[in-house]
Each structure stands twice: as structure tokens, then as C-alpha cells.
Write a protein that binds this ligand. Structure first.
Ligand SMILES: [Zn+2]
Length: 139
């Protein structure tokens, strides 16, 4: 059937066009996302969402750079117990969610091993202890 053949070809063409458009669309949004983060981090009035924007930030290039810089300054050593390397966390001295303007400030970061990090008030602040009382409180 010549008609069906022709029709099929047209459909394939359209699909290829859509694929192309989709690729460009994704590229555009990747670019846009990054500039939005930069704007947000630099804007002091930007409070930042709790989720999923914070998750996005934690996975961002800026955040990874911040962690690296904190580790480097502290020589990959837990500043509390002196553990070197291993399971190290970069902790925000002033909580990430409450001080969005300090989230990439090296001075607001400290290197803690996982065990020490767990003893901070801000660690897992969304969780509650066995009595159902919120562990984290803002000083
Ligand atoms: Zn430690």
C-alpha cells in the first residue's frame, strides 16, 4: 500500500523532529537552572525552599565546591575528634535552611566525622527522637 508507506515515513520524520526539539528543550532548561541557583545564592532575600530546592542545591556544583573548600581548609580532619579522612561531613555551623545566604560561605562550614556530625543539633533536624520531641532547636 503506497499510502501507508508514505504515512509511516511522515510519522518517522515527525518523531525525529520531536526528538530534536526535546533535546534542545532539555539543554535550555539545564542552562536556566544553573543561572537560577546562582541568582538565589547571591540574593540575600531569597529564603530558599525546604525541599526539593535544597536537595537540588545539595547536588549542585556550588555545594560540592563548598564542601571541598571546607575539607581542604580543615585538612580533611574532623575538627572535634581529629579523625582524618574516612566518613567526613561538611557541616553548616548556622543551619542550611535558616541561613540561605550562608550556605556557600566557607566560614560557616566545618569538617566533622559522621559520629560527631550526628551529635550536632542540626543533624537530621526533621527527625524526632524516641519521645517524639524534635531534637533540633534553634539557638
Ligand atoms: Zn569526629
Amino acid at each position: 500500500m503506497p499510502y501507508a508507506k508514505k504515512h509511516k515515513k511522515k510519522k518517522e520524520k515527525e518523531r525525529a523532529k520531536k526528538r530534536k526539539l526535546n533535546g534542545e528543550f532539555k539543554k535550555y532548561y539545564r542552562k536556566r537552572d544553573t543561572s537560577d541557583w546562582n541568582k538565589g545564592a547571591k540574593n540575600p532575600s531569597w529564603k530558599g525552599g525546604i525541599t526539593p530546592r535544597n536537595i537540588k542545591i545539595r547536588n549542585s556544583k556550588e555545594y560540592k565546591l563548598w564542601r571541598e573548600s571546607v575539607f581542604k581548609r580543615d585538612n580533611w580532619t574532623c575538627i572535634w575528634c581529629g579523625q582524618v579522612s574516612g566518613n567526613l561531613n561538611a557541616d553548616h555551623i548556622k543551619p542550611f535552611a535558616l541561613f540561605p545566604e550562608l550556605r556557600f560561605a566557607i566560614d560557616n562550614g566545618r569538617t566533622l566525622c559522621l559520629d560527631c556530625h550526628k551529635t550536632t543539633e542540626s543533624y537530621g533536624r526533621s527527625k524526632t527522637n524516641k519521645k517524639g520531641v524534635k531534637i533540633w532547636k534553634h539557638k
